[in-house]
Every structure is written in C-alpha cells, then in structure tokens.
Design a protein around this ligand. Structure first.
Ligand code: FMN
Length: 199
C-alpha cells in the first residue's frame, strides 16, 4: 500500500487538510496523519469539529463507503513513531496548512516535534515535501525560510486557491486546492480539473 504523510499545523485553513484527507481516502493510500497542538485548536475554531470527532467521522465513512484508504494517527510528541525514521518508506509528506513557525523550524532544523523531524527526513531522503504555507503578508524572514526550503528540495505550494474553476462554495474552493496539491504524487482525484484551451 502507498504511504503518504499528511501533517496539519496551526495556520488558518484547516478545511484544506480535511478536504485533502477526504480525497486521499478515495485512493489506495495509507495516510499517516499528524496534527500539531495548535492545529487541533484552530481546526475546532474554524470548522467546529475536534480531531477526535473528525477521526471518528472519517473512520465511519471509510467503513460505510468501503473506501480503499486507511488512516494511521501519530502524536506530534512521539519521536518513536514510525514516520520519524528514514527507514520507514513513504512517498513523501504534505504539510497543510503549514505555519510560518513550522516552515522556520524545518528551515533551521530546530524543530523538536514529529512534524519537523518527519519533514527533515523527507528532505534528507530526497522524498517529496510539499508545504501548503499560509500567511499574509510575508515578511523577509518568512521569504528567506521559504527560499531555503525550496533550495533544499521542498515544493512551496502557497494556500492560494484558484477561481478559474468557478467554485460555488468554500468547500469546493478547498477541494480544488487540495486536489491540485496531490498531483505531484500522481494522485488525480475526482475534483482535479485539467485546464483546456477549449474552456
Ligand atoms: C486562529 C489562528 C489562525 C492562525 N493563522 C496562522 C496563519 O495563517 N499562518 C501562520 O503562520 N500562523 C498562524 N497562526 C499562528 C500559529 O498558530 C502559531 O504560530 C503557532 O505557534 C504555530 O504552531 P504550529 O506550527 O506548531 O502549529 C494562527 C493562530 C490562530 C490562533
């Protein structure tokens, strides 16, 4: 089974993470999911759903709809987790949304939690690391950190949804962005829309 790590940090835009996990569940993917402490609070604030409630809802849907995906939860404080080691083979990692604090910790190699360690593993093992960063405006420290991360091989995917797909709801907007971010992993979800000059 293909393994992809999805990490969620405490930036605005928790809905992107929810839509990304829902999209991954449709594919034959083992999703390794890890939330920072702030991400749990921001998700509850923005979506009114707690992490335990989200986990239960997704688990029920996997079973009721007989979806091929599988979710494995990791604690951000657990450095003994499988994904902390490069010997545990994965196809890479997406941090969505990614805070500037988290980007800074990865860029400076100063993080002491599982999310930063796992991102560091992806960079050292030359596995895709996609960062859906979210902040505005960006200061020079943010820009320098993002440049360092890009130079180290990360793909910077700013959480900037497009409007040419003409989304009618916030859910659709987030789904379009989350489906676009999976394209580098060769996963084309039902929401992925390829542009054509006939549009
Ligand atoms: C409601 C809310 C929204 C936030 N949005 C952002 C954001 O969009 N980008 C960002 O870099 N930080 C944002 N923050 C600040 C981060 O949560 C904060 O820097 C935190 O320490 C990040 O921790 P983490 O990287 O471990 O998740 C937000 C905080 C709150 C409470």
């Amino acid at each position: 089974m293909r393994r992809i790590i999805a990490a969620v940090t405490g930036a605005s835009g928790s809905i992107y993470a929810v839509k990304l996990i829902e999209a991954l569940m449709q594919a034959d993917i083992e999703i390794h999911l890890v939330f920072s402490d702030t991400a749990k609070k921001v998700m509850l604030y923005e979506t009114k759903e707690s992490l335990p409630d989200l986990a239960e809802r997704l688990d029920k849907r996997i079973k009721s709809d007989n979806l091929p995906g599988r979710i494995i939860h990791h604690e951000n404080s657990n450095m003994f987790s499988s994904i902390a080691s490069g010997s545990f083979r994965t196809e890479g990692m997406i941090i969505i949304p990614c805070t500037m604090a988290c980007a800074g910790r990865i860029a400076s190699c100063s993080g002491s939690a599982l999310i930063e360690r796992t991102a560091d593993v992806c960079l050292k093992e030359k596995r895709p690391l996609v960062l859906a960063v979210r902040e505005t405006p960006l200061n020079l420290v943010h820009l320098k950190n993002l440049t360092s991360l890009c130079e180290a091989g990360a793909v910077i995917y700013p959480a900037m949804p497009s409007f040419y797909s003409k989304p009618e709801t916030i859910g659709e907007l987030a789904e379009n962005f989350s489906s676009r971010i999976l394209e580098p992993f060769g996963i084309l979800t039902k929401n992925y829309k390829e542009w054509s000059e006939n549009e």
